[in-house]
Design a protein around this ligand. Structure first.
Ligand code: PMP
Ligand code: GLN
Length: 400
């Protein structure tokens, strides 16, 4: 047997080496291990539209499978430009202002790599989607966090104003906001925009849930506000808009001056995205209004189903204005930190959630967990049943 050689090398990059596996992956693994119903990671458990999947399958056989154009196939760039006009009245030149990426995650990575210089300040809101801080830190940015708290996730105007300085390069806004399920009002967006403009900065807008807003709301894109067209990078994803999260097809809309360097970052990251998926997504974005209404109606009904069930069990269910998620509190029954509660729910009850504290950089003592409701009705009902039977076996004092 060969003796093991001890190899002493220089350390790997400290930003990524120091990070744990994401909470989504961690909780999904735990769900698999304990055969729990996974209401943690955000993905639908049914597939997106059959005609769109059929188009992708057909394109795989009938169209080229070699590198498509770096910026994306013309069909999809044109469809993204059309969608900007159709949904938000924003006029977009598909040749110079649209880039296709491998998911919104790649779009965020390219955008941050292309726009941020070491030492630039970037304003962003807690709770945060998981990739924002690692990507910003890898780019050398200085994050300036504005914290929103449950139950109402209000933006404190003074905290917001204090986060912006002359060194602010950009604000990163996720709207609708995962995990808070908050849809920013036009007024809130306008206040953020006024700080961006006053500091001559940019807005990076993660709008992956743009089409998933409930109760008659309509989504406003920051890009459509006065003075923001030239300063906004708008990011969308077919994952959410077409319920095809595994495809990882994203798209960026930005003025040519901003899009050019973003495309350079894309060129050296993935360079392209599978052509058959791009062609199918192009058709998906052109779907009639009825498709988008049905998407909202279906998810709104699922939100109601889960939130009514949880409320009946005594959870403190917060308003969910958009996205795949709702946040619910269990503080009236347990003082456990949310990480322990979420683990115990998976192991003992068989229902997996995501602890809210995982979305905060600053310490929080949360008694809230995030539930994903983009699941089949029978799956949501089974989760409620498991929670109900668990609750019935709790001592009265510990009931929700
Ligand atoms: N941003 C937010 C807020 C998300 O919830 C997600 C996950 N869907 C992404 C970005 C990543 O999107 P994609 O899967 O297209 O990379
Ligand atoms: N966006 C998904 C969520 O919030 C997770 C995607 C991922 O695991 N990277 O649950």
């Amino acid at each position: 047997m060969m003796a093991l050689e001890y190899v002493c090398m220089k350390p790997t990059n400290s930003i990524y080496s120091g990070l744990p596996t994401t909470i989504f992956e961690t909780m999904s693994q735990l769900a698999r291990e304990y055969d729990a119903i996974n209401l943690g990671q955000g993905f639908p458990d049914t597939d997106g539209p059959e005609d769109i999947r059929r188009l992708a399958a057909d394109a795989l056989m009938s169209r080229s499978n070699q590198y498509p154009p770096m910026a994306g196939v013309p069909e999809l760039r044109q469809a993204v430009a059309r969608a900007n006009g159709r949904f938000y009245g924003v006029d977009v030149d598909w040749r110079t202002e649209v880039l296709v990426t491998s998911g919104a995650t790649e779009a965020l990575s390219d955008t941050i790599a292309a726009l941020i210089e070491p030492g630039d300040e970037v304003v962003l809101f807690e709770p945060l989607y998981d990739c924002y801080l690692p990507l910003l830190r890898r780019a050398g940015a200085v994050p300036r966090l504005v914290r929103l708290d449950p139950p109402d996730w209000q933006i404190d105007p003074e905290a917001l104003a204090a986060a912006f300085t002359p060194r602010t390069k950009a604000v990163l806004v996720n709207d609708p906001l995962n995990p808070a399920a908050k849809a920013l009002t036009t007024r809130e967006l306008s206040v953020i925009a006024s700080h961006v403009i006053a500091n001559d900065a940019m807005a990076i807008c993660d709008e992956v849930y743009e089409h998933i807003v409930f109760d008659g709301r309509t989504h406003t894109t920051m890009m459509s506000l006065p003075g923001m067209r030239e300063r906004t990078v708008r990011i969308g994803s077919a994952g959410k808009t077409l319920s095809l999260t595994g495809w990882k097809v994203g798209y960026v809309t930005a003025t040519a001056r901003l899009l050019e360097p973003i495309a350079k970052a894309h060129q050296y990251t993935t360079f392209t995205t599978p052509p058959n998926l791009q062609l199918a997504v192009a058709a998906g974005l052109d779907k009639p209004d009825a498709y988008f209404h049905e998407l909202v109606r279906d998810l709104e009904q699922k939100r109601n189903r889960l939130s009514n069930g949880l409320a009946r069990l005594g959870f403190d269910v917060l308003e969910a204005a958009g996205s795949y998620f709702l946040v619910a509190g269990y503080g009236s029954s347990s003082d456990e930190p949310d990480t322990i509660f979420a683990r115990r729910m998976t192991v003992d009850v068989g229902v997996t959630t995501i602890p809210l504290s995982a979305f905060y950089e600053t310490p929080v003592s949360s008694r809230y967990v995030r539930f994903c409701f983009s699941k089949r009705d029978d799956v949501l009902d089974a989760a409620i049943e498991r929670l109900a039977s668990w609750r019935d076996h709790q001592p009265a004092r510990a009931r929700l």
